[in-house]
Design a protein around this ligand. Structure first.
Ligand code: MF3
Ligand code: CO
Length: 250
């Protein structure tokens, strides 16, 4: 399937989905504290999503058993919430969530510190967030997709961290995962040309150490091979005639 260009009608649904998702993330941030379990986060997240009239898009996606991916410390993404995993002071936790509003998806992730965290962990979270903004400096119609990828990689590596290579961002819309795949590393000047009406989930996953990953026995949880911490930041954006519009942040 080719990369879809969204109509105004589709875009307005994705705007609404994004607003709701942004709010879900803001509300979840408020409950992050030592002692809560990763399942508490999932339960709260699902409740917020459903109360807003949306469907949690991750629940049962290819068999994934929860609404919110909760990934702690060396877990990169796709951590499965459980009532046995309590957040502890000094942890970092990534929350990835997706909602469907009137048939249209929005997808976004944030990483938070739990209580007081190390300066290095703070820097990892901040560089990951900022790398998204470095990426979307290139999210203009007429540019190549990999201009976004390359600038994320350059910024992350300049700051001494690494980008995960085996997982990518993606187009998003009527489906959670649409074309194109959006790597967080690549040479500039390649990849499809960006056009107004494309909606993309840009999602740098950044490791404090090496970029290599493993997948745990549960077939979902992605962890760093070297045990270093990892952060994730993601928003759904719209390519326009001018500046990119971030749909999942207000
Ligand atoms: N948010 C993930 C992504 O960006 C999707 C998670 S899939 C799930 O692609 F199955 F884990 F929910
Ligand atoms: Co995504």
């Amino acid at each position: 399937m080719a990369i879809t260009i969204k109509s105004e009608r589709e875009i307005s649904r994705m705007r609404e989905a994004g607003k709701i998702l942004a709010d879900v993330h803001d509300r979840l941030e408020e409950i992050i504290a030592p002692g809560i379990t990763t399942l508490d986060i999932d339960r709260k997240g699902e409740e917020l999503i459903r109360k807003a009239g949306c469907i949690p898009s991750f629940l049962n996606y290819e068999g994934y058993p929860a609404s919110i991916c909760v990934s702690v410390n060396d877990e990169v993404v796709h951590g499965i919430p459980t009532d046995s995993r309590k957040l502890e002071e000094g942890d970092i936790v990534s929350l990835d969530a997706g909602v469907i509003y009137e048939g249209y998806h929005s997808d976004a992730a944030r990483t938070y510190g739990v209580g007081t965290i190390s300066d290095e962990a703070k820097r990892l979270i901040e560089i990951t967030r900022l790398s998204f903004y470095e990426g979307i400096k290139n999210a203009y119609a007429g540019n190549h997709l990999h201009d976004i990828s390359a600038s994320i990689q350059k910024f992350v590596e300049k700051n001494g961290f690494s980008v995960v290579r085996d997982l990518v961002g993606h187009g998003v819309g009527a489906q959670l995962h649409e074309e194109p795949q959006i790597p967080n590393y690549k040479p500039v000047g390649r990849g499809p040309k960006l056009r107004p009406g494309m909606t993309l989930a840009i999602e740098p996953m950044v490791n404090a150490g090496d970029w290599k990953i493993w997948i745990l026995e549960d077939d979902w949880t992605v962890v760093t091979r070297d045990g270093s911490k990892s952060a994730h930041y993601e928003n759904t954006i719209l390519i326009t005639e001018g500046e990119p519009e971030i749909l999942s942040l207000y």
